[in-house]
Design a protein around this ligand. Sequence first.
Ligand code: ADP
Ligand code: MG
Length: 394
Amino acid sequence: MEAIHGELLGGFRERFGRAPVVGARAPGRVNWIGEHTDYQEGLVLPSAIDRDTWVLATPRPGRHFRVWTRDLDEAGAFDVADLEGERRGEGPAGWLDYVKGVVFALRERELDVAGFDLAIASSLPLGSGLSSSAALEVAVATLLDGALGLGLGPEGCARVAHRGEQRYVGVACGILDPFACALGRADHALRIDCRSQEVRPIAVPPGRVALLIAHSGVTRELAASAYGDRVAECRAAVLAARQAGLVPGAGALRDLSPDDLPALAGVLEPTLLRRARHVITENARVDAFCAALGRADLEAAGALLVEGQRSLAEDYEVSIPEIDALCADAAELPGVYGSRLTGAGFGGCTLHLVAPEAAAEVSSALAARFERRFGRTPSILEARPSDGASFVSL
Ligand code: ADP
Ligand code: MG
C-alpha cells in the first residue's frame, strides 16, 4: 500500500508538474458467502481486503478534471459542467467513466465539485472480480468528500459510488461492492442486509484463518447476459409464488425461508425452483456462517462454503470447470476448511478458508494442480480482511 503511494507521488509530479495535496485510498473486496442474494434483497458477507486503489490530487482553478491512471498509463479529461444531467453516451464504458460517474452522482445531489488533477494507481487486479471498479469509485468519492468538505462520510461515499456505477457507467450492480470498500473493518466481515441496508461487523477469529483467493483466469464475458437471466428468473419465481398465495405480500425471495421449499416445489417449474432454492438457502447460509465465525467453528464455516458452492454450481448454474476444479482440488488438501466461487460466476475467483500454517503449501499445491489440468498458472493471493476507505491530507 505504502509502496504504491510512493510510486504514485513520483508519477503525479512527472505528469502534472506539481505535488499532490490530498489523497484517498479504497480497498478491493471479497464476498465470503451470500452470492446472487443482493438483487433479491437478501444477505451478503464481504470483507474489504489489503489490496487497494490510491488516488492523489491537487485542486485546479475552474471545474476541469485531468486524470491519469498509472495502471493503464492512460490520461483523460472532462469538465464538471458536461456531466450535469447528462447520462453517458452509448457504447462500452471506458476507465474514465468510473471517475466521471462519481462526479455525475455528486452533481445529481447538487453538491459543488471543483476541478482537480488526479492520479490513480492500484494494487488490485482490474476486472478480476475483486471490485477494482468500486475501489476506484469509492477512492474518488472519498477524496472529493475530504478535499471539498462535502460531509458525505463513508456511507455517503459508498452511495455516491454505487449511483455512479449504476446510473453513469451503466452496470446493474448492488450495494455490496461500494459498501464493503467504504465500510470494511480490519479482521472483520460485514453482514449487509440488502433490504434494510443495515451493516453489522462480524469478527473473523484472529490468527485462526487465512483467506486465499485464486483467479480462474477466465474473465466474465458471459456474465452480463447470464446475470440478467438470473435476475429475471428470480423475479419470475417470486411472481409465481405470490400468485399461488404462498407468500402474501412477498416482494422478494428474501421473504421466503428453507421451510417454504416443499410448498414452492408444487408451484415452480424445475429451473425456477432450483434458482429460488439457491437464493433462499444462501440467505440462511450467511447467518449460519456468521454464527460459525462467532463460535470460531471453522469446520462448520468451511462446510457452509462447500454447500454454497454446490448450490451455485448445481442450482444456480453459475460455476465453470476451472472454478469447480479449484474447489474440488482444495477439498483434498490438508488445512483447507472450505472453498467456493466468489463473485457473480462464469469466471472470476474462488475463495478458500484455510488454516494459516497451511496457507503457503495449499497455495502452491493448488497452483500445481490447476496447471496440470488447464496448462496455465492461476494467480493466487492471500488476503487479509482490512479497513475501508480513508482520506489523507499530504
Ligand atoms: P472488477 O470491479 O471486478 O475489478 P469491473 O469490470 O467491474 O471489474 O471493473 C474493472 C474496470 O474498472 C476496469 O476495466 C477499468 O475500466 C476500471 N478501473 C478499475 N481500477 C482502475 C484503475 N486503477 N485505473 C483505471 N481504471 C480502473
Ligand atoms: Mg466491479
